[in-house]
Design a protein around this ligand. Structure first.
Ligand code: PRP
Ligand code: URA
Length: 236
C-alpha cells in the first residue's frame, strides 16, 4: 500500500492526533530543524515554513458558508470561513509560529500566553495572560512547537475554553507520546496537528530525539548552543 504523504499517518495512540510523519517535504525541513548545527536565524525560517504547512492542514476542515462572488467571467458562489479564528501562541517558543499565522489568516487575533515549565516539577507556570477584554473567537489554534509532558498545552486549552472558545486545536512540530496522551485525556475534543511524534521524554522532560529547547534555539539563549561550527552572522 502506498502512503499518501499529505495525509496524516494513522495513530493508534489518539483519534485526535494528526501526525504527518510520512510527508517528504515536512520530513526534510524537520531534519534541518533537528540538526544541532542549525543556527537561530535558519531555525526561525524553518519553523515558519513548517508551521505554514501544518496550519494549512489544521484549517482545512474549518466550518464554511457560501457567499456570492462575481468573477470577471460571471457569477458564482464560493465557500468562506464561517467562524472567527484566532491564534494562541505559547511564549516563548510559540512566538516563532506567529509569522505563519499572520500570513495565512491576516488580521486574526493573536492571544499571547506566557507559560514556562518549572525545571523541577515540569509543571507549567503562567506568567503572562492578557486574554481579558480580547475580541472573542470561536476557534483558537494553540501554537507551540513542542508537546512534551503536555502540561502547557492542557493549561492553554483550559484557559481558552474558560474564555468561551468553542473549538480549540493544537498545532505543534514535535510531540512526545506522553504529551499526546495527556492532552487527549484532559481535552479529548482538542485535535492535535504535528509533523512528528518522537520516541519518549528523557529524565529532564525533553523530547527524544526532538530538537532540543525550541525557545533557546530560536533566540540563541541556550548554554549548549553549537560551538563546533564557526558562527557566521547571516546579516552584518
Ligand atoms: C517549552 C515549549 C512548551 C513547553 C512544552 O517551553 O515551548 O511551551 O516547553 O513542555 P510541556 O509539554 O512539558 O509543558 P519552555 O517551558 O521551555 O519555555 P520557553 O519557550 O520560554 O523556553
Ligand atoms: N520544551 C522544549 O523546548 N523541548 C523539549 O524537548 C521539551 C520541552
Amino acid at each position: 500500500m502506498t502512503t499518501r504523504p499529505h495525509h496524516p499517518s494513522s495513530a493508534p495512540m489518539s483519534p485526535t492526533l494528526h501526525a504527518y510523519s510520512n510527508h517528504a517535504l515536512l520530513g526534510h525541513k524537520l531534519a534541518l530543524l533537528r540538526d544541532r548545527r542549525t543556527q537561530p536565524a535558519r531555525f526561525g525560517q524553518l519553523l515558519k515554513e513548517i508551521s505554514l504547512m501544518l496550519l494549512s492542514y489544521a484549517t482545512a476542515d474549518l466550518p464554511v458558508r457560501e457567499v456570492p462572488v462575481i468573477t470577471p467571467v460571471g457569477p458564482t458562489t464560493q465557500r468562506v470561513l464561517a467562524k472567527r479564528v484566532g491564534f494562541a501562541p505559547i511564549l516563548r517558543a510559540g512566538a516563532g509560529m506567529i509569522p505563519a499565522a499572520h500570513e495565512l489568516v491576516p488580521g486574526a487575533p493573536i492571544w499571547y500566553l506566557g507559560l514556562y515549565r518549572d525545571e523541577e516539577t515540569l509543571r507549567p507556570v503562567r506568567y503572562y495572560d492578557k486574554l481579558q477584554g480580547y475580541p472573542p473567537v470561536d476557534i483558537a489554534l494553540i501554537l507551540d512547537p513542542m508537546l512534551a509532558t503536555g502540561g502547557s498545552a492542557v493549561m492553554a486549552a483550559s484557559r481558552l475554553k474558560e474564555k468561551g472558545v468553542e473549538t480549540v486545536t493544537f498545532v505543534g512540530l514535535i510531540a512526545a507520546p506522553e504529551g499526546v496522551a495527556l492532552l487527549a485525556r484532559e481535552h479529548p475534543d482538542v485535535d492535535v496537528y504535528v509533523a512528528a511524534v518522537d520516541e519518549r521524554l528523557n529524565e529532564r522532560g525533553y523530547i527524544v530525539p526532538g530538537l532540543g529547547d525550541a525557545g533557546d534555539r530560536q533566540n540563541a539563549t541556550g548554554a549548549d548552543d553549537p560551538t563546533d561550527e564557526p558562527f557566521v552572522p547571516e546579516m552584518a
